[in-house]
Design a protein around this ligand. Structure first.
Ligand SMILES: Nc1ncnc2c1ncn2[C@@H]1O[C@H](COP(=O)(O)OP(=O)(O)O)[C@@H](O)[C@H]1O
Ligand SMILES: [Mg+2]
Length: 347
């Protein structure tokens, strides 16, 4: 009969390629059972259901188990559970990680990325929330197909988030009439943001995606002062001018000590739907270069695509349709972000 220790020894040779540690010391091995005829059942619990290396790790586990002399049939179950940060947020105690989506300027597709990222993370099996913190120009309720949906409260205080595409969401756009100009003074803005965090029934979330207003203003500061954000994702278009704005954005995140998870290049290129030819409308690659120069992870590039614009206007994020080639692109970006968060939270 095989001993558990021999099996654990074999499993300790499996290194998580992203976290650079073995899966035994990472605490990923669960429910190890040895049955008669040395049959092995084991569950490997990854640090996120959005792990891009699931297949690779499973193959490596199998390879090392098969090398144990006398081993019988091997059954491996791969699961994922997002681990919490060491320091919890008092305002949102059920939220394991907050991801801020920022940009140097408006119109670069920040909200589009936030909506598709949230839906992509949910599609991998994670519990996800989406908070529209673009108090001056909310768009999440439109993009997520919740335009005329009222927000209900419990006892007039606790807001119940809407649910769309597997994501819990709240947007100031649901609370004010369309086109109504919003002029918030500092303290009002801060108090509205705090309400969106603490007075919304978020429940337990693996990731709360927060769509920021463009630039480096009050909302960013208020969030930095009130929550322990896990990190920020910066969205940019490839033009140089946009990139100088990007530098300003990451300097700001640096200053308020929010880690930068990486940078995404949006409207990177155009793929002709007729012939499939790729055209780099704005000379692509600027964001990637800037990321490399500054030692920031490049999270991926998103093409200009009519279905992204239409999806935004019609209230169905493009990633929802799994037959759309954009599905893979957004899932890959979500996996890169989830992977980066796993790395950060283990440090
Ligand atoms: N990759 C893309 N392809 C096509 N249209 C896009 C893409 N990214 C964003 N858009 C469109 O550009 C406009 C601005 O995007 P939005 O996400 O609102 O930007 P931001 O939040 O940065 O101001 C929207 O109409 C959106 O649908
Ligand atoms: Mg926006």
């Amino acid at each position: 009969m095989l001993q558990k220790k021999d099996i654990m020894d074999a499993l300790s040779k499996v290194i998580d390629p992203e976290l650079h540690k073995d899966i035994v010391s990472l605490g990923m091995v669960k429910d190890l059972i040895v049955h008669e005829e040395n049959k092995i059942n084991v569950t490997i619990e990854l640090t996120t259901p959005a792990c891009p290396l699931k297949g690779e790790i499973e193959a490596d586990v199998r390879k090392h188990l098969e090398e144990i002399p006398g081993v019988g049939e091997i059954k491996i179950e791969m699961t994922g559970k997002v681990r919490e940060k060491t320091k919890k947020d008092d305002l949102i105690p059920g939220v394991k990680h907050t991801i801020l989506v920022g940009s140097g300027k408006g119109g670069v597709g920040k909200s589009t990325v936030a909506a598709n990222l949230a839906v992509a993370l949910a599609k991998t099996g994670a519990k996800v929330g989406l908070l529209d913190a673009d108090i001056y120009g909310p768009s999440m309720n439109l993009m997520m197909g919740a335009k005329d949906e009222p927000v209900y409260t419990i006892d007039g205080t606790i807001m119940i988030p809407l649910e769309r595409y597997g994501v819990k969401m709240i947007s100031i756009g649901s609370l004010v009439e369309e086109g109504q100009a919003l002029i918030w003074r500092g303290p009002m803005l801060q108090s509205v943001l705090l309400q969106f965090l603490k007075d919304v029934q978020w429940g337990v979330l693996d990731y709360l995606v927060i769509d920021l207003p463009p630039g480096t203003g009050d909302v960013q500061l208020a969030l930095a002062q009130n929550i322990q954000a896990t990190g920020a994702v910066i969205v940019s278009t490839p033009q140089d001018i946009a990139l100088s704005d990007v530098r300003r954005a990451w300097n700001m995140f640096d200053k308020v000590k929010i880690p930068i998870l990486g940078i995404i290049e949006n409207m990177s290129y155009f793929l002709c739907p007729h012939c499939g030819e790729r055209t780099d409308i704005f000379s692509t690659g600027g964001a990637k270069e800037a990321a490399e120069q500054n030692n920031i992870q490049f999270l991926g590039e998103i093409p200009i695509d009519i279905s992204i614009r239409k999806g935004g206007d019609e209230g169905m994020p493009a990633v929802w349709d799994e037959s759309n080639p954009l599905f893979e692109i957004f899932i890959k970006i979500a996996q890169n972000i989830a992977g980066k968060i796993s790395q950060i939270s283990l440090c």
